[in-house]
Design a protein around this ligand. Sequence first.
Ligand code: SAM
Length: 214
Amino acid sequence: MRLKNVPGSKEYIAASKFVIHDETERKGKVREYFSNDKPIRIEIGMGKGQFIYELARLNPDINYVGIEKYSSVLLRAIQKMEEEPLDNLIFIRMDAEEITDVFDKDEVDRIYLNFSDPWPKDRHAKRRLESRQFLARYKEILKSKGLIEFKTDNNDLFEFALEEINEEDWALLACTRDLHADAKLNEGNIMTEYEAKFSAAGNPINKYILQRKS
Ligand code: SAM
């Protein structure tokens, strides 16, 4: 999701109390912000934040962190928080490539990846958020038995994501090619902005759930 550059969005974000700033200066800032021991769950590439906002609203006993690379997109999520603030949700503007600089080993309880950019060219495969390079980063920050939940309507990206799973590190707990037709997996499903758009256009939604083995 690339919205047109919104003038002033960087300054607006820099002044927002709903964003963790200078997050790469040291680890531990996220836990410090929440100042409690509740589990931390993150969405990488949250876009305008509809999904994670709704998750946070429904689950006050979990801390949520929404991560987004682009200021103009993150701005929309901040505006929603200003209208109706939640104390268990915070945002970080960053490239997920730096994720291991921000979170401690075993700090994260669950990672959500929704409708990630497909990067269709082979030479860009390592930029895909489900690539083996990203799975290695997730393994560092995710606690033992922690989960990754991934949804996409892009079949090529989903096949790629399945091929990238190293069975020594990860157990595939669930996998469907049509989430909305799977009563069990779809129970409690919260639609993202892209999910609503693509399923309305008739595209089936793929989903997997991975668990860190050790
Ligand atoms: N998750 C939302 C949804 O399902 O509606 C948005 C999907 S949109 C296609 C992908 C989002 O991921 C964009 O907002 C993009 O800026 C963000 N993104 C892509 N690569 C990223 C990265 N390396 N780090 C952080 N965000 C990233």
